[in-house]
Every structure is written in structure tokens, then in C-alpha cells.
Design a protein around this ligand. Structure first.
Ligand code: AMP
Length: 302
């Protein structure tokens, strides 16, 4: 059984209107395609939560910094559709660039503050591109729920801010990062790693998890972060863009662990840029923090 495909806003809206008439709830899973098990975990969660599920495949030119990267991005619609059909996905929405950004398109959505730090500092304009396309997809589909991976934690928080600020009536559902058995977060970019790089890659996740545990146990923050940065570089990563401790919702720098926090990193392994992040519990809740951290680590590494 194949998944029906809508390629225009009007085709999408016609299907959604029919679903609405039958009283169904609707979930949307925005992706750029080249689907792996991380994406599919979002789709499974969407199918549990909503009665009808739309998966979008759109390689959004506005969120790419480099034209070469945009051209090289894998486009695998038929393979993606074959992965989605057995799950029971109800609709694929695959607009082309003309449909999303017709001639004369002049509007940009920008979420200040959260867009400029971390990945935003190294990828100028990236999050404006994300905010613009996500706002469009939400307004086009009119879904009740949208599913985003914690793997792209800054993007998740940006989308939450966006829907609050613009009063878009949709519930954002975060989904945990899916990892390989050795801890490496699944990413469409992992296929670009050589066997030697692939062996080094999980070090990013393991250092983040070790450091999160140390911080939750009360280790001083700055030396722990410095040591983590040095360990990642010593493992063979070529460059570390950032490894930072941030407040969970606003992603502002933290001088102490007095609220829920996230440890986030972006690093280059050869020519491949990898990102990852893990949660940290506030220090006051340490008695439960170790077990919850361990269970999160176990879940993340599963
Ligand atoms: P992308 O196609 O890379 O734009 O990703 C589409 C969605 O899949 C985003 O919400 C990502 O956060 C999510 N995603 C990507 N990799 C993973 C992963 N390893 N685990 C969970 N979600 C993921």
C-alpha cells in the first residue's frame, strides 16, 4: 500500500478539510527527507497521538548556508515513501521550491535571541529559514500537533517560541533522540563518515553524557566543560564549534545549575558537522538526578 502524495497547498488543504469534516485530529512531521529511524520514531509517535498523520518532505533552501550543501543534500522520495507506508502514514506532503517560495516571495520569520546563539552563530540565517518554512507548513496544514526531535534541540525550542509568539494553534511534541547502539545520534549526515571517522563519532555523545553526569553530581562547571572540549578534540574531531551548558528553554548561558539545563555541542569530524545534546537535572534534585540521568542515558543509548 502506498502513501497518497500532495504536492500543492490546495491538494494538502483539500485532504485536511475532508479529515476535519470527519472530526479527525491531525499530526504533522516536518522533515527534509532522506529518512532514517530517528525520523520514523517521530512518525510513530505522531500516529499514536493523532488520528491522521502528514509527513512533509521539503529540502528548504532558505535554511542552507552553502549552495553546494543544498545541491548535495540527498533527495530520496521513493525510498522515503516506502519506509513510511508500512507505518500507516496517511499523507506525504512534497511541495517543490516554487510552491513554497513562488516568484515575489518576500516574507521572513525571525525568532530573535534563540536564533543567534549556538548553531545560529555558525550558520547565519539558518534559523530564519527554519522559522519561515515551519510557520508556512503549520499555516498550510492546520494540524493539531507537530513532532520535532530533541536531536535538533535549538530548533525545537525555536519552534516552541514561534508558535507561542504568533499564537499558532498547534501543540509541539518533543521526541527523544534516537541513537545507534554505540550512542551516536542518528543523522542523515552519518553516511558521509569514513569507517575511521565512524569509529570516533560516538565520542561526542559519550563525552556529553559523562559531563552531564559530572555536572549533575556537582562538579564545577567551567573545568568540566574545558575537559569535555579537550577530550572531543583529542578523540579526533577536527574542530569544536561549541560545547556549552545552557538553560533548557531560553538556551541562555548558565553560571550555575539552578534550573533545568542542556549540554549542547557541534563539532566537525573531517568535513562532516555533527550536533548532539543531553539533558541535565538541577543540582537540588540530585538524589533523583543520578537515576533519572542514568535512565535517560540508557534510553538514549538504547
Ligand atoms: P531533518 O530532516 O534533519 O530536518 O529532521 C526532521 C526531524 O527529525 C527534526 O525534527 C529532527 O529533530 C528529527 N530528527 C533527526 N534526527 C533525529 C534523531 N536521531 N532522533 C530523533 N529525531 C531526529
Amino acid at each position: 500500500m502506498s502513501v497518497p502524495v500532495a504536492r500543492t497547498v490546495s491538494e494538502l488543504r483539500a485532504v485536511v478539510a475532508q479529515w476535519r469534516r470527519s472530526g479527525a485530529t491531525i499530526g504533522i512531521v516536518p522533515t527534509m527527507g532522506a529518512l532514517h529511524d530517528g525520523h520514523l520514531s517521530l512518525v510513530r509517535k505522531a500516529l499514536e497521538r493523532a488520528e491522521r498523520v502528514i509527513v512533509t518532505l521539503f529540502v528548504n533552501p532558505k535554511q542552507f548556508n552553502s549552495p553546494a550543501d543544498l545541491i548535495a543534500y540527498p533527495r530520496t522520495e521513493s525510498e522515503d515513501a516506502a519506509k513510511l507506508a508500512p507505518l500507516g502514514t496517511h499523507l506525504l506532503y512534497v511541495p517543490d521550491t516554487e510552491e513554497m517560495y513562488p516568484a515575489g516571495f518576500a516574507t521572513a520569520v525571525s525568532v530573535s535571541g534563540i536564533s543567534e546563539c549556538l548553531c545560529g552563530a555558525f550558520r547565519p540565517g539558518h534559523f530564519n529559514g527554519v522559522a519561515t518554512v515551519v510557520a508556512k507548513l503549520f499555516l498550510q496544514a492546520g494540524a493539531d500537533f507537530a513532532f520535532f526531535g530533541e536531536k535538533d534541540f535549538q530548533q525545537l525550542q525555536l519552534v516552541r517560541r514561534l508558535v507561542r509568539d504568533l499564537d499558532i494553534p498547534i501543540t509541539i511534541v518533543p521526541c527523544p533522540t534516537v541513537r545507534e547502539a554505540d550512542g551516536l545520534a542518528l543523522s542523515s549526515r552519518n553516511v558521509r563518515l569514513s569507517p575511521a571517522q565512524r569509529a570516533i563519532a560516538p565520542k561526542l555523545a559519550s563525552v556529553l553524557l559523562d559531563t552531564a553526569e559530572r555536572l549533575a553530581r556537582g562538579s564545577p562547571i567551567l573545568p568540566a566543560l574545558d575537559e569535555a572540549r579537550a577530550t572531543i578534540l583529542a578523540a579526533g574531531y577536527r574542530e569544536l564549534e561549541y560545547l556549552e551548558l545552557r538553560g533548557e528553554t531560553d538556551l541562555q548561558s548558565l553560571a550555575s545549575l539552578d534550573r533545568s539545563a542542556r549540554l549542547l555541542a557541534a563539532a566537525w569530524l573531517g568535513d562532516t558537522r555533527l550536533i548532539d545534546n543531553v539533558a541535565i537535572s538541577p543540582i537540588g534534585s540530585w538524589s533523583g538526578a543520578r537515576s533519572s540521568l542514568q535512565s535517560e542515558a540508557a534510553q538514549q543509548l538504547r
